[in-house]
Write a protein that binds this ligand. Structure first.
Ligand SMILES: Cc1ncc(COP(=O)(O)O)c(C=O)c1O
Length: 457
């Protein structure tokens, strides 16, 4: 039961009527206590309009790296707005944008030099795909328009990003036909290999066999390959370095632009600055969003190699990639810079690795404590707990188990906000301390125990 004042009840009613919450069913939202209105946040905690406190187990959507309620970032936004809120970003520069682009050039692998700023991850992905095609076009390879991405991948919701998606999370069917030439190949996951092989004997067959697809399609038609270094939508599985080395070799061999989608991985989520740092492989393009600003301002970026940048710089008017009005917004750039400064000053990447290491052992132990915990995976503060009805036989939950609704609700009852289901993400802000990290594991563990009791497992 909810304890809403009349004023709050009216706001909830207007929310149901006018605010489109894109991924929730209306029936669930309209149920008693279905619509959660979050009012404020501090550190790893969020509070709703009824004063109930929750641990933000997913950092919003894997992005509030520096935690909630940072006045320092509010002050930066205030100062920048007072000084300069906007200027024509198609034609001129502003100081925060120059500083942020330079900072990214310092932080990223040496191959990467130049950034274009956009508003969100989908736009960063669309821009990366566009730049890859345009790059080949400028080099005279005008047939290169196809892209390769992986089944199980999620890269966003704009048309280009949606085309390279192949995830049940992104509902493609109503929007088809999508961008032509988007090819999908099986993903990497040694826990459930799509080719039913075993690593290391397989010698990363899943990567090597992509060459067959490239040759069958014609290498002169393939512009880019895009992949998350460690893919959240693929169960946060950390591939062997040989996988990424093989992708790099294939892209070099067939003149394909390699795009690392760092939208979730970037800026410490995986315990290193970037997901690609785990594999010692340099892509040609990286896409950033989310933790670039920790959500304090909408901003994303597409960062390209020196070679790609030079090709456009030498192209004259042909090298114009068009602009997006809010790209390089001075306020968003200043906030992102401030956010990166906090990540560095408070050593949050190191904290992500340290706490992540501790949490891994606690999550692995959940398999001993619960009958439904099948696997736990991930690195840094990008971890996941996978449940099955019967891990021993591999039996999945049935639809009638209503596992998504149950787990989400049981977590909420324990004071945890996360997208619940057979896969429970463990991804709090990078500021989390040891005590809070343990408390989050305890709460998740209690929610799993309740699921088992309620389903009689
Ligand atoms: C890997 C990846 N790429 C791209 C996107 C799209 O980002 P946005 O939702 O900011 O458009 C997401 C969103 O979750 C993502 O996880």
């Amino acid at each position: 039961m909810t304890t809403l004042t009349d004023q709050q009840a009216a706001l909830h009613q207007r929310g149901l009527e006018h605010l489109w919450i894109p991924t929730q069913s209306y029936a669930d939202l309209a149920a008693d206590d279905g619509l959660l209105v979050i009012r404020k946040g501090s550190g790893i905690f969020l509070e709703d309009d009824q004063g109930r406190e929750y641990i933000d187990a997913m950092s919003g959507l894997w992005l509030v790296a520096v935690g909630h309620g940072r006045e320092e970032l509010a002050d930066i936004a205030h100062r920048q707005m007072s000084e300069l809120a906007y200027q024509n970003t198609f034609a001129y520069a502003n100081e925060p944008a120059v500083e942020l682009a330079s900072k990214l050039a310092d932080l990223t692998p040496s191959r990467l030099r130049k950034a274009v700023f956009v508003n969100g991850g989908s736009e960063a992905v669309d821009t990366a795909l566009r730049i890859a095609k345009h790059y080949h076009f400028l080099k005279g390879n005008k047939k290169k328009f196809k892209t390769i991405s992986r089944i199980g991948s999620y890269h966003g919701m704009t048309a280009g990003a949606l085309s390279v998606n192949a995830s049940t999370y992104a509902n493609r069917a109503p929007y088809e036909p999508l961008v032509p030439g988007a090819l999908h190949v099986p993903n990497v996951n040694c826990d459930r290999c799509p080719y039913e092989k075993t690593y290391p004997e397989c010698d990363v067959f899943c990567a090597r066999t992509i060459e067959d697809q490239i040759r069958a399609q014609g290498p002169d038609t393939i512009a880019a390959m895009i992949a998350e270094p460690i893919s959240t939508s693929n169960g946060s599985y950390v591939p062997p370095a040989a996988y990424w080395r093989t992708l790099r070799e294939l892209c070099d061999k067939y003149d394909i632009v390699l795009i690392a989608d760092e939208v979730i991985n970037g800026f410490g989520r995986t315990g290193r600055w970037f997901g690609m740092n785990h594999f010692d492989v340099e892509p040609d393009i990286m896409t950033f969003a989310k933790q670039l600003s920790s959500g304090y301002s909408p901003i994303a970026a597409t960062m390209v190699s020196d070679e790609i940048a030079r090709t456009f710089e030498d192209a004259g008017p042909e090298g114009s990639i068009g602009g997006i009005t809010w790209g390089a917004n001075p306020v968003a750039c200043a906030v992102a810079l401030g956010n990166l400064e906090i990540i560095e000053r408070e050593e949050l990447v190191e904290n992500s690795a340290r706490i992540g290491e501790h949490v891994r052992s606690r999550l692995v132990a959940l398999r001993e404590e619960h009958r439904t915990v099948h696997q736990t995976r991930g690195t840094g503060l990008m971890q996941v707990i996978e449940l099955k009805r019967n891990p021993a036989t591999g039996e999945d939950f049935e639809e009638s188990d209503q596992v998504s609704q149950r787990v989400t609700q049981y977590l909420r009852d324990e004071g945890v906000l996360a997208r619940g289901g057979a896969s429970i993400p463990y991804a709090p802000p990078l500021t989390v301390n040891l005590e809070e990290a343990d408390e989050l594991v305890n709460r998740i563990s209690r929610a799993i125990a309740r699921l088992e009791t309620e389903l009689g497992l």
